[in-house]
Design a protein around this ligand. Structure first.
Ligand code: HDE
Length: 700
């Protein structure tokens, strides 16, 4: 889909501006480059001779109301902003395609899940939840994972997250949850953070959120890159086949680059060094042709199987462990085209979980049911019209038409006198298609009407415990430390204590670690659980560390250099890292020319003060004696190596680099290697040195 202004520009009169100068404000001459440019016009198509000066009564007199050019331009500008999303306002959107590799014909009639080896266009938007549109990319937060498939049978939106469960079971609690997590209404902060009183107060009173709390306190919510997150449809959906048989399904996305997270201290520093870290990372990867890819997988299960699960699959605070229902990979998604225009596409795209296609249907998950209402409703205030489906990024790519009419910003001009159905007056107006079109699965429901939470939703802790116990020891200490960090920002002691009480149901040891981290003398009592906590089998698939790939693909290496650095080591390391798939960037005290020991010149990609090591996966520090002398009094250089070390990264050093490491009090360990051995560097660059962590920070 190409929705740039080319149409408009094609219509615009072309004006040759060859020898070009314009008289600007104050009468100076502004030279502009020669070439052929379309005429700059008003929205009515009137070409402008002067876009620099408004119309004045005299050169120093009042501006005239008559100036329609000024008025039009300012009026349009005044209305440039539209309401941002209430949640998921901050995001990165990319076009791409989906390709099915294994047909699910046995289970569904949906062409998107049965026609293999076809490239179906998608638009994918990856977001944070709590912050506003201008907030940082790297808070501790869930990531939205929304995919719009432009299928042959209409748009299918899979609007998921990078965590497979949710905080609440019933849609009616969503406004409360979001009000609690967003900035507090009296003070207007914190922006984009769960570490404050109202969030934890709400959580302390909502035990069903405890499973999700384990996920958000894990490193899943501080990803290294949006290209390295998993995605989950969260709810159960139904697939329906040509015999009208229904099978339940959960949808999963698994990143080809593996799963990778940052370390909390690193994340905080990235937020300062580059608030657009994830958006830039995606933009640069797409520009370089390193297109991110995800496997698409399903978990399929029947009602009979579901009846035997030790939880209710309609409860969005529960997941189905892979060990119980294995994932079947059935396709892949590749993101390969950056939008032409951020506002037109990433901002105006309107996802809706109710957008499904024939052969797919909803489950009774009460959270999903509420979502089916909310998304269409929110687009009306965000995009201002019921015709938002006509915006190119939202329009289906298959033929579509109906007898809905008029409304704000109607772009279509349906001809003829018929705008109703059925009718006898038109032979060409759209009609129902009795077979092969959308149908809802006939399901019999029994029971009493009422505001009732199902008893099968009562177990709030067993899967939280399972998640915690499934993690490696490093990950468990990150979860405990994240809880200590967050709760230490909570002013109300009773709220801190209430959370620690809940943790006792998950794991006594977790509660005492967090309690100790908060300086509590005694560990508070656990609240009464609505259902006994079960000991479920650990699920190693829930870890992150085990899913980090042994590769440098998609990763980046920073090489710190200064005048006199050794060109041979630099070239060897650059060559080896590039060969291993990494992007290499040079950091130097100045961005201009850095002269190496053989007289060759490198133009650095980043200036040291503005390019800290948190922006890289591993670093090399290659400095001459004279270079390191200059940097010993440079705090940014000391921080560069200290942070790389304390963020458990591989480091390659020559003699100069080693001197800097000594100045920074860094111990030599297995992750620090000699720059002459570039292969050793590649090996250490692919991993993090978890065993180093106990020497560099106190974890709970
Ligand atoms: Fe959303 N959610 N949500 N949500 N959600 C929105 O829709 C809502 C929920 C998710 O990139 C809003 O267009 C309710 C679960 C994503 O544009 C809004 C409930 C999951 C996105 C809304 C939920 C999500 C949204 C705000 C509880 C994971 C961003 C703007 C019943 C499965 C989509 C908009 C994009 C956005 C409502 C819960 C994912 C207000 C009422 C669970 C990825 O309609």
């Amino acid at each position: 889909m190409d929705n740039d202004n080319s149409q408009k520009n094609k219509q615009a009169k072309s004006v040759a501006l060859s020898d070009d100068s314009l008289i600007g404000a104050g009468g100076e001459l502004h030279q502009i480059a020669g070439g052929t440019h379309p005429a700059l016009t008003t929205n009515q198509g009137v070409a402008l001779s002067d876009d620099q000066n408004s119309l004045r009564a005299t050169s120093r007199g009042p501006t005239l109301l008559e100036d329609f050019i000024l008025r039009e331009k300012i009026t349009h500008f005044d209305h440039e902003r539209i309401p941002e999303r209430i949640v998921h306002a901050r995001a990165t959107g990319v076009h791409g395609f989906f390709e099915l590799t294994t047909s699910l014909k046995q289970y569904t009639t949906a062409k998107i899940l049965t026609e293999v080896n076809e490239k179906i266009p998608v638009f994918t938007r990856l977001s944070t939840v709590a912050g506003g549109a201008g907030s940082i990319d790297t808070p501790r937060d869930v990531r939205g994972f929304a995919v719009k498939f432009y299928t042959k049978e209409g748009n299918w939106d899979l609007v998921g997250n990078n965590v497979p469960v949710f905080f609440i079971q019933d849609a009616i609690k969503f406004p409360d949850l979001i009000h609690a997590v967003k900035m507090e209404p009296d003070r207007g902060f914190p922006q984009s953070a769960t570490a404050h009183d109202t969030f934890w107060d709400f959580i302390s009173l909502t035990p069903e959120s405890m499973h999700m709390v384990m996920w958000i306190m894990s490193d899943r919510t501080i990803p290294r890159s949006l290209r390295m997150i998993e995605g989950f449809g969260v709810h159960s959906f139904r697939l329906i086949n040509d015999k009208n048989e229904s099978t339940f399904v959960k949808f999963h996305w698994r990143p080809k680059l593996g799963l990778q997270s940052t370390i909390w201290d690193e994340t905080i520093k990235i937020s300062g060094a580059d608030p657009d870290f994830h958006r830039r990372d995606m933009f640069e990867a797409i520009q370089a042709g390193n297109f991110p890819e995800w496997e698409f997988a399903v978990q399929l299960f029947t009602q009979e199987q579901a009846d035997k699960f030790p939880f209710d699959h309609l409860d969005a605070t529960k997941l189905i462990p892979e060990e119980l229902v294995p994932l079947q990979v059935i396709g892949r998604m590749v993101l390969n085209r950056w939008p032409n225009n951020f506002f037109a596409e990433t901002e105006q795209v309107a996802y809706c979980p109710a957008n499904i296609v024939p052969g797919i249907d909803f489950s009774n998950d009460p959270l999903l049911q509420g979502r089916l209402f909310s998304y269409l409703d929110t687009q009306l205030s965000r995009l201002g019209t019921s015709n938002f489906n006509q915006i190119p990024v939202n329009a289906p790519k298959c033929p579509f038409g109906n007898l809905q009419r008029d409304g704000h910003m109607q772009m279509e001009q349906p001809a003829g006198r018929v705008s109703y159905e059925p009718n006898t007056l038109s032979e060409s107006s759209p009609r129902e298609t009795p077979s092969g079109s959308f149908y809802s699965k006939a399901v019999s429901e029994t029971g009493e009407k009422g505001r009732i939470r199902a008893e099968s939703f009562a177990d709030h802790y067993s899967q939280a415990r399972q998640f915690y116990l499934s993690q490696s020891a490093y990950e468990q200490s990150h979860i405990a430390s994240a809880l200590v960090f967050e709760l230490s920002k909570v002013e109300h002691v009773h709220v801190r204590k209430a959370i620690v009480g809940h943790l006792r149901h998950i794991e006594e040891n977790l509660a005492s670690r967090v309690g100790a981290g908060l300086g509590l003398n005694t560990i508070p009592d656990a609240p009464k659980a609505t259902s006994p906590v079960k000991n479920l089998e650990p699920s190693p698939a829930l870890q992150i560390i085990g899913k980090m790939k042994d590769t440098l693909e998609g990763r980046s290496i920073g090489i710190l250099i200064a005048d006199g650095s050794d060109s041979v080591s630099i070239n060897n390391i650059k060559k080896a890292a590039t060969k291993a798939g990494a992007t290499v960037k040079f950091i130097a005290p100045k961005v201009g020319e850095t002269r190496l020991n053989d007289g060759s010149i490198i133009e650095a990609d980043g200036q040291l003060a503005g390019t800290p090591s948190v922006l890289f996966d591993a670093v090399a520090v290659l400095l001459s004696d004279e270079g390191v002398k200059m940097l010993l009094t440079e705090n940014a250089a000391i921080d560069f190596v200290r942070d790389a070390y304390s963020h458990l990264k591989g480091i390659s050093v020559d003699n100069g680099g080693l001197t800097l490491l000594k100045m920074a009090n860094i111990e030599h360990d297995a992750g620090v290697v000699d720059s002459r051995d570039e292969h050793a560097f590649i090996a250490v660059a692919k991993t993090r040195f978890w065993e180093r962590e106990k020497y560099v920070r106190t974890l709970a």
